[in-house]
Design a protein around this ligand. Sequence first.
Ligand SMILES: [Zn+2]
Length: 398
Amino acid sequence: MNALFHESYFAYAYDLLTRMVAVNTTNPPGNERELSEFLGAELSSIGAEVSIQDAAEGRANLIARIKGGSDGPVLVLTGHLDTVAANSGWTKEPFQVTRSDGRLFGLGVTDMKGGIAAQIAAVRKLLDTGEINRGELVLCYVADEESRSIGLKKALETLGHADYAVIGEPTELRPAVCHKGVVRMKVTITGKGGHAARPDHAVNPIADIPTVVNAVAEINRRLEGKRHPLLGCGTAVITVVRAGDKGNQIPSACEMKIDRRLLPGETAEQACAEIAEQLTTAFAGKHTTFSLVPYLSTGSGSVPEESEIVQTVSEVCQRLFGHQTCVAFDGCCEQTFWEAAGVDTVIFGPGSLNQAHAADESMEESQLYDAVGGYYEIVRELLGKETVPAAKASSILT
Ligand SMILES: [Zn+2]
């Protein structure tokens, strides 16, 4: 890529990122409206048609549209405006971008204000040079991805038809085509409480913790037999065990939590039913009982590698960065919602997922600028060429 060609746009991306990081969108409570309004003003000043959409009190999405002038695909560049809270390990100021050793530090630089800043800088370049000639480009920046995706759910109600989407989550600028889903469930083992001096009068639920541990191990053995080429296996992990309060008392119940990661094709309902069935067998004939209640779930995502958007992003990656292999996105993300809405969606953005949600979150500065070039080329490939009207096309042929 010609560095000089994009220089002012790199500076613009950096400037945008510093201003975005300065707006606190820690979720909860999110308060994404201020950032939506700031980016909306920015996009409006460069010629996009902007609307701010309320998802809840103080929680607003930003949707901006740029029409290409002739028929063509609708391409969405998208991302989330919220961040997780800065944890206690931060040594740098989280709401300020600090430049050090070729890296940019700040809360959300990687997850994922950097991706959004790069997308907007690329769009500015495309508008300055008049290179969106067909179809439509939509920028969709949403509230609440780090919690329940109320922002994207609201946006999809009104967005209308779209062919392709690119989510700017951190993939180190590799095309990511799938991600796992998750369902979390609470398992309660119920026994009979009593005095520690009289265990014969009680049924201690703690004694059946290994019953659940063994059942989960059996589930994992089965999951190992079903391997996805990029995502590996689904998993089940016990993440919480809570029982007892006093040293001389047998508790009446023990609470456990299980995190089950889902592959494309697996549903939360099936996964819970499978664990419940395993536990039913394991608890048969015991004096304790169990209950299983799912309390959170989000689906997996996957786009066919033959899709035009995957091909386009892969080609651009090969041309600009010398790699094109499709990878999996290790975290959860909103690809699942876009795919459910019928939109072929690739995850492609600057920075590494290892930095997301981490203390002193940072990103290599060069990733930000490479992302500007990447998004610019992707949009140009899909929307840059004017569509020749059918009548004209046939007259050229004859
Ligand atoms: Zn994210």
